[in-house]
Design a protein around this ligand. Structure first.
Ligand code: P6P
Length: 300
């Protein structure tokens, strides 16, 4: 007779299988997305649910990923930053995708990539529901960072869509050296301005801000430090989307031994009712994220 342990083991095996299938699909699709970039630099006519005007490249990446991920047995729902509603594609786990994070970097040929989050819940999910997260980074090489089963792994993706681990058990360096805060400096609240000035006064800290969150987060994962798209005076919730950006990078950085925050709590503790809700994002070494919370708590 099947026992509870058997059911748990079956469940874990099933999630393992779906996770691996999602990684395979994302890695297989990455070279096609990259190859399609040069001819898809123009904006499309329509706005996305966040009121932004996507490039043809955003739409192309979303269409490919929806088709490939939607075909995976065990994936029930696909949602993306480019689609107002989640799509039912079967039964099982929910997958949220930012198909081309940082696509404004396409024209100046800077980094951009794809963010994926897998939730064991209908959408909108909470941070407690996240099972795995990953991002593909289109840089001088194509790499993929994954967080699953309490560990972070870095892969290189080949042009044929195969991928090999190049770093296992990735953890943030103990001594941070980079920082990057998004938004216009004139729009930062005073507490953030004061904290950034404090960070800047540390001779060991260097500014690294490239305009694509995952490129900047990858700097933090590699060199230690902090990335933020902070609360702004005219946009207290900041710019980044909790389901598609906040939860996955918060999960990745916390799994790598760092910390995440919306300014007051772990990003994974943030709860929002709307699929496209925004949140301030601070991720990096715990000491630096704690510093943000200490400065912002002064205004409470
Ligand atoms: P800004 C890209 O559009 C994005 O969503 C993130 O990848 C990035 O961190 C942020 O917006 C950049 O925003 O205001 O600096 O252009």
């Amino acid at each position: 007779m099947a026992t509870d342990d058997d059911a748990t083991s079956d469940r874990v095996n099933s999630v393992d299988r779906v996770f691996k299938k999602v990684l395979d699909a994302v890695a297989k699709t990455a070279p096609e997305i990259r190859e399609g970039l040069p001819t898809r630099r123009a904006k499309v006519e329509t706005e996305n649910p966040s009121g932004e005007t996507p490039l043809a490249a955003d739409v192309y990446a979303d269409e490919l990923l929806c088709e490939r991920i939607g075909d995976i047995e065990g994936v029930g729902t696909y949602a993306s930053e480019e689609r107002p509603e989640a799509q039912t594609v079967g039964s099982g786990l929910s997958v949220c995708v930012d198909p081309l994070d940082g696509s404004s970097n396409l024209k100046p040929n800077n980094t951009m990539g794809t963010i994926v989050a897998i939730y064991d819940s209908p959408l909108p999910a909470t941070g407690d529901d996240i099972l795995a997260a990953a991002y593909v980074l289109f840089g001088p090489t194509m790499t993929m960072i994954t967080a699953y089963d309490d560990t972070v792994t870095e892969y290189v993706i080949q042009d044929d869509g195969t991928y090999q681990a190049i770093r296992v058990d990735v953890t943030l360096p103990d001594d941070p050296t980079v920082y990057g805060f998004g938004g216009r400096v004139a729009d930062w609240v005073d507490e953030i301005t004061e904290y950034v000035r404090e960070i800047e006064s540390d001779p060991s800290m260097k500014l690294r801000y490239g305009g694509a969150m995952i490129g900047d987060v990858n700097q933090v994962l590699t060199y230690g430090g902090i990335f933020a798209y902070p609360t702004l005076a005219d946009a207290p919730e900041g710019k980044l989307r909790i389901q598609f950006e906040g939860y996955p990078v918060g999960y990745i950085v916390e799994t790598a031994g760092g910390a995440s925050s919306d300014g007051h709590q772990s990003l994974l503790a943030v709860e929002k009712d709307d699929l496209h809700a925004r949140t301030p994002v601070y991720v990096g070494n715990e000491s630096l994220v704690d510093g943000v919370e200490a400065h912002l708590s002064d205004d409470d």
